[in-house]
Design a binder for this molecule. Structure first.
Ligand code: FMN
Length: 222
């Protein structure tokens, strides 16, 4: 099958777009309003976009509380969602009124950040402290008069890692078991059974060809 996304007539039970780009990491975004109201919500249109400087993005359909708070204060924190936090993460997505604190609603604990005012989720294995770099409206959809989505790009100015999740100098993903979003209402978990290593190909003959390197990681990024 093939279809034109401007009409979006795919003929399927549900729009397949989000099921095609999987798994998507979750940014559990915490913010503060200028009045000091705490806010927490998960975003799966979320990813790292650069590591020099370290930058992340998320996008909001409509001007939700997280976006409004970032417009006001320029700061946010992305806590990493482990599998054990799935219910709290889901509860924090409830579209409650702006003054409602989703930390309390979902039963997680705010812990002070180092470089920004919004707290991280204390129960999360890691968190990225971010300063907003840019908020960019995405293109106005066919037939609409204003954008549906706003993309927030933030520079990661500080990183918290719970040292219980560091093994042999590495963030132990088999222990963290990060949650990821699939399509529809489905999720996936990274765990020891779903992880494997591939070394990058090694160039040969001055770049004319390349060879694969089997076995465990040889320690090179190439
Ligand atoms: C796993 C998950 C991922 C989500 N991803 C997004 C997203 O990428 N963009 C978005 O606008 N809403 C997303 N939502 C919905 C928001 O979390 C929800 O609308 C929430 O109430 C927004 O909170 P806020 O108004 O406090 O920012 C997601 C919800 C869940 C459960």
């Amino acid at each position: 099958m093939h279809y034109d996304t401007r009409t979006n007539k795919h003929g399927l039970a549900h729009d397949p777009f989000k099921a095609l780009i999987v798994p998507r990491p979750l940014g559990w975004i915490s913010t503060l309003s200028t009045k000091g109201a705490l806010n927490l919500a998960p975003y799966s249109f979320f990813n790292a976009v650069s590591d020099r400087p370290k930058m992340v993005m998320f996008s909001s359909v409509g001007k939700k509380d997280s976006l409004i708070n970032i417009e006001e204060t320029g700061e946010f924190v992305c806590s990493i969602v482990s599998s054990t936090l799935r219910e709290a993460m889901n509860m924090s997505s409830a579209p409650v009124n702006r003054h409602v604190d989703e930390f309390a609603l979902s039963g997680v604990t705010p812990a002070a950040s180092f470089y920004v005012k919004p707290p991280r989720v204390a129960e999360a294995p890691a968190a990225l402290e971010c300063r907003c770099w840019k908020i960019e409206p995405l293109p106005v959809p066919e037939g609409a008069t204003e954008p549906s989505y706003w993309m927030v790009l933030g520079e990661v100015v500080g990183i918290y890692i719970d040292e219980a999740y560091i093994t042999n100098g590495m963030f132990d993903l088999a222990m963290v078991q990060p949650l990821a979003r699939l399509g529809y209402m489905d999720y996936s978990v990274v765990n020891a059974g779903s992880m494997f290593t591939l070394n990058r190909p090694k160039l040969k003959d001055g770049g004319e060809s390349a060879s694969l390197i089997p076995g465990p990681w040889d320690g090179s990024y190439r």
